[in-house]
Write a protein that binds this ligand. Structure first.
Ligand code: AMP
Length: 532
């Protein structure tokens, strides 16, 4: 026997319909790269998305076709998220910081037919045009002199359009992984997975939006679906404030003027904001909540934001997980914790939101499930309705036969479900059969006032298999020695974790999303020999 409730296909167009109907006048503010500002609202976003869907059809774009964007955060980009999905297309948000070979690979691999881009990225378009073999149409988000402008293009339509219907499992967006090994891989989000993920983003333990929330997302719209914010924000009908530039002075000014209550970004974004406020001798903006993810949020950052009265939501996830996996909202006993205990708790990566399951398994056999004892670390696996099943165009599933996706991260699960990340599977250092966390070594080293950045890598050792080498970038003017670094680390990590060598370098290589690229570092030091 079947139940007897109504059919309601989970499509992301419901989100913008709801936002326009229930929060139609709630503002969407954009500060553009040229310094100008515009205002629209959720009703305007829907109106333009309908016109855009029509305009795409007029170009001959069909259901399932990929439409690329090469753009920062702004209202026209938001319109595209709904406009492309609304005509049954798949939006491919391209990261403009990728290298040319990666840009060529992902656009051709996705077979993008349209390229929507910011005029700031005109040089990329000029450089890549002859290499992008599937792109037929170029549309500039700004009033460009080179391609038709977005406003003119959608302005040709009357908006009399019905969203294209289809199955919940139709794709609506594709994001490529940042590709620390091999070619980037495409993760295709579905309408259903996106709606469920956005609902998870609304949980009080996640973004905790209410109708009065004003969110300035610093996380780019091209990074892991902007953590789902454009959808979760639509569901809650919040006010969005977008900035097409990431200059902390601009962000700060917008946060104050527009009454921003919430923001989200990777740790480097917050660091830049702190530096700006220190230089100007001004207070941090009075945010209610700050979401930090993409890399581990360091202690001093959490402390400073919390002292500012800002709730810190330290989140873990990845492109393959849409990306919300865990978020660090207040625990049941939050009010009974001391400030120091709250900071300690927030440094961990939070607890799984409803919908995802986590487990850790033995790093050697990748099968044996490990206890959630707050001590044993292992390979982190995840499953749930917004977690990847198969990469785009891949022949095999990315999951094991029980549906678990191996994240490539290494972590500890605590008895209360809190996740504590300790490393990446490929970066963890195996010395004499025991594991050393490269991340913990690095975190300890950056606590030294003369260390600007540090990266620990396992190097071949004839007796121990691997031993840690610490690469350090000194702060300008510092004459820090390797002996001083080791001495500093002595009471912070186990004795056998202490690096066998400390090498000072001018720069540590980074990926397009700003993470340390251990792969490039290993390539750079491929001939390195430890003195034994
Ligand atoms: P991406 O797909 O580019 O978003 O990268 C995902 C990876 O970033 C994860 O697998 C983690 O290694 C890392 N990551 C994300 N969030 C955190 C966090 N809060 N703490 C530490 N590492 C993180």
């Amino acid at each position: 026997m079947l139940g007897a409730m109504q059919d309601w296909t989970m499509r992301v167009t419901h989100v913008v319909d709801h936002a326009a109907r229930e929060a139609g006048t709630r503002e969407i503010v954009t500060r553009w790269a040229d310094g100008s500002e515009t205002r629209t609202d959720w009703a305007g976003v829907r109106r333009d998305a309908l016109k855009m869907a029509q305009a795409l059809q007029a170009l001959g774009i069909k259901k399932g076709d990929r439409v690329a964007s090469l753009a920062m955060n702004h209202s026209r980009h938001l319109v595209s998220w709904y406009g492309v999905a609304g005509m049954g297309g798949v939006l491919h948000t391209v990261n403009p910081r990728l290298f040319d070979d990666q840009l060529e690979y992902i656009v051709n691999h996705a077979e993008d037919r349209v390229m929507l881009y910011d005029v700031a990225f005109q040089p990329i378009v000029d450089r890549m045009k002859s290499r992008w073999t599937t792109v037929e149409h170029y549309i500039c988000y700004d009033s460009g002199e080179y391609s038709q402008s977005f406003e003119d293009w959608i302005g040709e339509q009357d908006g009399d359009f019905e969203w294209v219907s289809g199955a919940e499992t139709d794709p609506c967006m594709i994001c490529y992984t940042s590709g620390t090994t091999g070619n980037p891989k495409g993760v295709q989000y579905e309408h259903r997975s996106t709606v469920l993920h956005a609902l998870a983003g609304l949980q009080p333990s996640s973004f905790n939006f209410s109708a009065s929330s004003v969110m300035l997302p610093v996380v780019p719209m091209f990074h892991a679906a902007s953590w789902g914010l454009p959808y979760a924000g639509g569901m809650a009908g919040i006010k969005f404030v977008f900035s097409a530039v990431n200059d902390p002075a601009v962000l700060h000014d917008l946060m104050i003027r527009e009454g921003v209550t919430d923001s989200a970004g990777v740790p480097t974004v917050w660091l830049a904001h702190f530096q700006y406020c220190d230089k100007e001798g001004i207070d941090l903006p009075p945010l209610k909540a700050a979401t930090i993810g993409g890399s581990a949020a360091p202690r001093f950052m959490i402390e400073r934001l919390m002292k500012n009265g800002t709730r810190v939501q330290h989140a873990w996830g990845m492109t393959e997980t849409s990306p919300i996996g865990t978020v660090g909202g207040p625990t049941w006993n939050w009010d009974q914790l001391s400030f120091e205990e709250k900071v300690e708790m927030t440094m961990k990566q939070g607890r799984p939101v409803f919908g995802v399951e986590l487990r850790t398994v033995d790093l050697d056999d990748m099968m044996t499930e490990l206890p959630r004892d707050g001590e044993t670390s292992g390979a982190l696996q995840i499953r749930g309705p917004w977690i990847i099943k198969r990469y785009f165009k891949a022949e095999k599933d990315a999951t094991n036969n029980e549906g678990w996706f191996d994240t490539g991260d290494v972590g500890i699960i605590h008895p209360d479900g809190t996740l504590q990340l300790t490393d990446r599977t490929k970066d963890v250092i195996k010395s004499g059969g025991e594991w050393i966390s490269s991340v913990e070594l690095e975190n300890a080293a950056v606590g030294h006032p003369d260390v600007a950045e540090a990266a620990a890598v396992g190097m071949y050792h004839p007796k121990w298999d691997e031993r840690p080498v610490l690469f350090v970038v000194r702060k300008p003017g510092s004459e820090l020695t390797s002996g001083e670094v080791i001495e500093f680390l002595t009471d912070k990590v186990a004795k056998w974790w202490l690096p066998d060598a400390v090498e000072f370098i001018d720069e540590i290589p980074h990926t397009a999303t700003g993470k340390i690229s251990k792969k490039d570092l290993r390539d750079q030091f491929a001939d390195y020999k430890l003195e034994t």
